[in-house]
Design a protein around this ligand. Structure first.
Ligand code: HEC
Length: 444
């Protein structure tokens, strides 16, 4: 690989010298783009992009497979970095950019300009430039510290990850909180952390849920995601998640062996609202649109599955998180608005490509978070690819149905929302319309 890279580089060097020669001879308009490429340097242009968008995972104790902190570490990866960013495989953010809402609180994707800059830089031979241009190294929050303040309660899990072998997915349960909350408590802030560096190396991601009945996961309440450093959620002042008094806490993990047997220690910390405070909005996050037993995916076929959920109250949808297994390819959230006698109006809200390695939550920005009147139907459309074209497929000859094992399939979304009274709903609708007069009739 290194050989190929350096040979390609030499060829590119020759080309750029040729271009440089042409610059002298040709009118400047023709060469502007190329000469701009020559000026892109690691020190001034590329390092800031990596600091902002990559290093959180790609550093010594991050979840990425290699560190991308300085020129020496980045240079050998330049061609693969170009490939991954141009194809939008890195940073991991799989929302379909051609459909639906595009404003998210946690968007970690690169802009078209950033991608063009990285690509042009690699094409120009990935020059380092003047080290004096380099920004100061980023300071990363210690992910083994609580960023939500001192939690009121802490839930602990331990799991032994073997020295080697394939990645593992699974569920751990904790009954630690049962009996500790009289009538349940509203969560104000919540965070998952790995307790030490060794744990952090092996935990790819971990999602936590409040569970009342292990056999009914569709009723679980999603709590928080742990992946890289972004593991804490502090709810805006007017909202909270009610943790009911008899909840077990479920941890859904993805771990990878790193060459030494590791005892992974994971903690969930929760800060509650004071006992007598009920926040204005109760937030929910549940598994919606599950039509499990209908899954019927013959070998060699691409199958579509449709699931539905009825909103009994007005609501603001805050988050969309697709969930499928290995055959998952693509999932969409559509809303079917209630209509008074006419044809129901539908709106495609979001679609995302699916990669089982990444369970990404797409948190809508406050001003675009879908506002749904009661009686709206949420429609989850999932595509499962049981052909050899799907890199996640184990064996395209197998019929696959629904089930909880990794080799079975699932198709639903984790949807985050909070309910609204008619007054709250109308007030928010008015506020949105004022922000965006052109779209005033969108929910009529
Ligand atoms: C949320 C964490 C995260 C972020 C942010 C992230 N990466 Fe990654 N990256 C990973 C993980 C984990 C892998 C390995 C698994 C995979 O490919 O999905 C990976 C794989 C890669 C690979 C392929 C390595 C190989 O050997 O195949 C490249 C190249 C890469 N990342 C570059 C980048 C760049 C450049 C950025 C920023 C523009 C970035 N990544 C942002 C976590 C991340």
């Amino acid at each position: 690989m290194a050989g190929i890279t350096s040979r390609k580089m030499k060829v590119r060097r020759v080309i750029s010298w040729a271009v440089l020669g042409m610059m002298i001879l040709l009118p400047s308009t023709l060469t502007t783009a190329q000469s701009a490429d020559q000026n892109i340097t690691f020190a001034r242009d590329i390092l800031p992009i990596l600091q902002e968008n990559c290093q959180d995972c790609h550093r010594d104790s991050g979840i990425g497979p290699m560190s991308l902190m300085n020129y020496a570490e980045v240079r050998p990866w330049a061609p693969l970095i170009q490939y991954k960013v141009v194809n939008r495989e890195m940073p991991p953010w799989h929302i379909d950019r051609t459909i639906g809402l595009q404003k998210f609180k946690n968007d970690r994707s690169l802009s078209d300009e950033e991608i063009a800059m990285i690509s042009a830089w690699v094409n120009a031979g990935a020059p380092e430039g003047n080290t004096a241009d380099m920004p100061a190294p980023m300071e990363f929050a210690d992910v083994t510290a609580w960023s939500i303040g001192e939690p009121d309660v802490v839930v602990n899990w331990e799991y032994t990850v073997p020295e080697s072998g394939p990645d593992q997915w699974g569920e751990l349960y904790s009954r630690e909180l049962i009996g500790k909350m009289q009538n349940g408590r509203y969560i104000k802030a919540i965070q998952t952390r790995t307790v030490d560096d060794a744990s952090r190396r092996v935990v790819h991601h971990a999602l936590s849920y409040a569970t009342k009945d292990r056999t009914q996961p569709q009723n679980d309440q999603f709590l928080v995601e742990y992946a890289s450093g972004k593991s804490a959620e502090i709810y805006p002042g007017n909202s909270g998640v009610l943790l009911e008094h008899d909840s077990e806490i479920r941890l859904s993990y993805h771990v990878h062996p790193v060459g030494v047997e590791t005892n992974a220690k994971i903690q969930l910390g929760i800060v509650f609202y004071p006992e007598d405070v009920v926040p204005e909005y109760r937030r929910w996050s549940k598994m919606l649109g599950y039509s499990g037993t209908l899954l019927d995916i013959p070998g060699g076929e691409v199958v579509r599955n449709d699931g539905y959920v009825y909103f009994q109250t007005n609501a603001t949808i805050t988050a969309f998180q697709p969930h499928m297994h290995a055959l998952g390819a693509y999932q969409c959230l559509e809303l079917i608005y209630p209509s008074a006698g006419g044809t129901a109006k539908t709106e495609l809200i979001s679609c995302a490509n699916w990669d089982y390695n990444w369970h990404t939550i797409y948190n809508y920005a406050d001003d675009v978070a879908p506002l749904v009147p009661k009686g709206t139907v949420g429609h989850i459309i999932s595509y499962m690819d049981n052909t050899d074209n799907n890199p996640g497929n184990h064996d395209a000859r197998n019929w696959t149905g629904d089930g909880r094992r990794t080799i079975d399939e699932m198709a639903f979304s984790w949807i985050g929302w909070y309910s609204m009274t008619d007054e709250q709903y109308l007030a928010e609708l008015e506020r949105r319309n004022a922000l965006n007069p052109g779209l005033a009739s969108s929910n009529d």
